[in-house]
Design a binder for this molecule. Structure first.
Ligand code: 5GP
Length: 141
């Protein structure tokens, strides 16, 4: 299935490209949550993080700090960078082609990633049960 990012990779629709090699492409997100908001994607069509093979993971993730540093250094007003990836519609993924958002932060920008602390609701047993459940699924690749 071809999606909008495949069309950007193929040059069928334009994008403000930042970096490209055989395996990855970085380009400005059209929405510009903040100035410099960039997407890093694999050229291989992978819907989400769950479909990654080791080689593609290495190719994409090794470029993440490279692109993040370039974004950070592109403007002296940038005071930090948020990196996130939505995986699955339930997590807010809209474009079904894996991507990492690199969002530079500026003093007074209105962007926020809200983190909740629910630690008070968890006992040692509950933490351990959750950790065990996740660990038991590590070998499924
Ligand atoms: P998601 O919500 O799936 O994590 O993020 C998809 C992102 O793709 C959105 O931030 C959206 O602005 C961006 N996007 C959607 N269509 C286009 C497009 O045609 N060009 C560019 N550059 N970005 C796009």
């Amino acid at each position: 299935m071809t999606d909008i990012f495949d069309q950007i990779i193929d040059g069928e629709i334009p994008a403000y490209k930042i970096y490209e090699d055989d395996a990855v492409l970085a380009f400005l997100d059209i929405s510009q949550i903040t100035p410099g908001h960039t997407l890093l994607i694999p050229k291989k069509h992978l819907q989400d993080i769950f479909e990654y093979d080791e080689d593609t993971a290495a190719q994409v993730l090794s470029k993440l700090p490279v692109i993040a540093r370039a974004v950070q250094n592109s403007n002296p007003d940038i005071i930090g960078v948020n990196i996130f990836s939505n995986n699955g519609e339930g997590a807010g993924q809209v474009v079904p082609h894996s991507h990492f958002h690199i969002v530079p932060r500026y003093a007074g920008d209105n962007f926020s990633i809200t983190e909740f602390n629910n630690a008070a609701q968890y006992s040692d047993e509950q933490y351990q049960k959750i950790a065990n459940s996740i660990t038991s699924h590590l070998q499924e690749d």
